[in-house]
Design a protein. Structure first.
Length: 139
């Protein structure tokens, strides 16, 4: 998914967004990995398992809620600003909206994370067979 496609998605969902710099994107994603791939790193020696960040959840190395349970917990989160980024780390947006977005049917790996990494919601290109995944940081 390129930036043009994601911006169209944001416009469709009434999401206010700002593109984050490449440098800040790297910091945000490293922070996400520290919060949501800690067990993957500990168990495999790498931050990413089997080429995709979300495979840490699908392989159950990293704890998460899956499917309907994930969606239900995600919908309960306090609405505040959040980041959205893609699997390939080539874009990241700082976002605000009146409701948390449902990105299940866009057919891409999309990561949504609370601005302070209190939670994350991950939609996969494998939907509905894998995901979505909701997680809170490892304590």
């Amino acid at each position: 998914m390129d930036t043009k496609q994601i911006k169209e998605c944001f416009n469709d969902l009434d999401i206010t967004y700002t593109l984050v710099s490449k440098e800040e994107t790297e910091v945000i994603i490293k922070n996400w990995l520290k919060h949501y791939a800690y067990n993957v790193k500990k168990e495999t020696g790498d931050w990413i398992f089997n080429k995709f960040k979300w495979h840490g959840f699908s392989s159950e190395i990293q704890a998460s809620l899956i499917g309907t349970d994930a969606v239900n917990e995600y919908s309960k989160q306090y609405l505040t600003d959040y980041y959205i980024f893609g699997e390939n780390e080539d874009w990241c947006f700082h976002c605000e909206s009146k409701t948390l977005p449902d990105l299940a049917f866009y057919g891409h790996d999309i990561y949504i994370a609370h601005h302070n990494m209190k939670w994350t919601m991950v939609y996969t290109h494998e939907h509905p067979h894998f995901g979505p995944y909701f997680a809170t940081p490892v304590s």
